[in-house]
Design a protein around this ligand. Structure first.
Ligand code: ADP
Ligand code: 3PG
Ligand code: MG
Length: 394
């Protein structure tokens, strides 16, 4: 990475403002249902504590759009973080208000303060310079470790870097290393599995990966747009009729680039959008009217597994079916299990894909699971991430 990290500057005894991505999923009672992003922030926080810093953390949670809404409070995160750190985390009742300022002023070296949800101020997402300046006044140095928010040019990711020396934390460093190495210098065969809902969501990634991979395996609802483009009926499956030409172009481009472009040969269809709906496996060209494709079929699972066993590097973005429903998570889970046993570089990017792998209990079998949803996609598309661009060069 050509950006400075916390290791490249002297942080001893400094006041450090740290941007984390604590945007974690919660249930209706504000219980955190997945603490992966909090755990991922620990190495940087611990390092700053070893350096005897005053650590002032900030993050967004959800999209409260400038309103102070209690259900979007970061208080549960402070509690969870304290538990994981084994150390008190002081919680501010506001972001840049009286309480935050007082608590920041009284903070001692080796202590941790968490500001309230940055998005309680619309100025955060507006990247307002005055707001950024006020945030910056909490620290002498800014550390960005919010990989998941690095694709946003907000006050706490981009604006603040105009007022403080800005470096990356260990999480951003790690994400860039794994995602970056995989796409720029992969051991071959290099294969990508792409699933998810829409071709239109993934067109940037598909185009960028077509330049790099040897094999592209398609699953998820986006497969039906390709089937339709090939002239097959797709029943009630999700299908983007305005993307048929694009689907044809992608298949043509794959041919020109000598990329093996694989589509499911069969698919599991259901009667209704319901976890317990009647389902059956049919050939990709034989989806009956009135049925909806929710997963890849048994034959496809076998073919994909055999192909993937030949890979040396695998990137996976997007579940291969409606993985929230057990009977349609079979494709995703089977392929996850196949990959789990392979001793190759295996990288997962994408919020729903990461959640599916976590749910299957296979997270520790992968080389790297990105904490970024949109951010990892934009990175794989080859876009520059403003939160990282703004950091000091080495
Ligand atoms: P990621 O967050 O990993 O990038 P996406 O957001 O693109 O993935 O897609 C995930 C969503 O796509 C999931 O909610 C999943 O249920 C849905 N999905 C995948 N395949 C299908 C399908 N065949 N029918 C309906 N939804 C699907
Ligand atoms: C995410 O969960 O992808 C990040 O935290 C960014 O959140 P946002 O899409 O609301 O900006
Ligand atoms: Mg998603």
């Amino acid at each position: 990475m050509n950006k400075k990290t916390v290791k490249d500057i002297d942080l001893k005894n400094k006041k450090v403002l740290v941007r984390c991505d604590f945007n974690v999923p919660m249930d209706e009672n504000q219980n955190i249902t997945d603490n992966t992003r909090i755990k991922a922030a620990l190495p940087t926080i611990k390092y700053l504590l070893e350096q005897n810093c005053k650590v002032i953390l900030c993050s967004h949670l959800g999209r409260p759009k400038g309103e102070v809404l209690p259900e979007f409070s970061l208080k549960p995160v402070a509690k969870e973080l304290a538990k994981l750190l084994g150390k008190e985390v002081i919680m501010a009742n506001d972001v840049i208000g009286e309480d935050a300022c007082k608590k920041a002023e009284n903070l001692k070296n080796g202590e941790v303060l968490l500001l309230e949800n940055l998005r309680f101020h619309r100025e955060e997402t507006d990247n307002d310079p005055e707001f950024a300046k006020k945030l910056a006044s909490f620290g002498e140095v800014f550390v960005n470790d919010a990989f998941g928010t690095a694709h946003r040019a907000h006050a706490s990711t981009e604006g603040v870097t105009k007022y403080l020396p800005a470096v990356s934390g260990f999480l951003i460093e790690k994400e860039l290393k794994f995602l970056g190495d995989a796409i720029s210098n992969p051991e071959r065969p290099f294969m990508a599995i792409l699933g998810g809902r829409k071709v239109s969501d993934k067109i940037g990634v598909i185009e960028s990966l077509l330049e790099k991979v040897d094999v592209l395996l398609i699953g998820g609802a986006m497969a039906y747009t390709f089937f339709k483009a090939m002239g097959y009926g797709v029943g009630n499956s999700i299908c983007e009729l305005d993307k048929l030409d694009l689907a044809k172009e992608i298949m043509q481009k794959a041919k020109e680039k000598n990329v093996k472009f694989m589509l499911p040969v069969d698919t599991k269809v259901g009667k209704e959008f319901d976890p317990n709906t009647e389902s059956k496996v049919v050939k990709n060209s034989e989806i009956p009217d009135g049925w909806e494709g929710f997963d890849i079929g048994t034959e496809t699972i076998k073919i994909y597994a055999e192909e993937l066993k030949k890979a040396k590097t695998i990137i996976w973005n997007g579940p291969l079916g409606l993985s929230e429903f057990e009977q349609f998570a079979v494709g995703t889970n089977s392929i996850a299990k196949t990959l789990a046993d392979l001793d190759v570089v295996k990288i997962i990017g994408g919020g729903d894909s990461a959640a599916a792998i976590e749910k299957a209990g296979l997270a520790d079998k992968f080389t790297h699971i990105s904490t970024g949803g949109g951010a990892s996609l934009e990175f794989l598309e080859g876009k520059k991430l403003p939160g990282i661009e703004a950091l000091q060069d080495k």
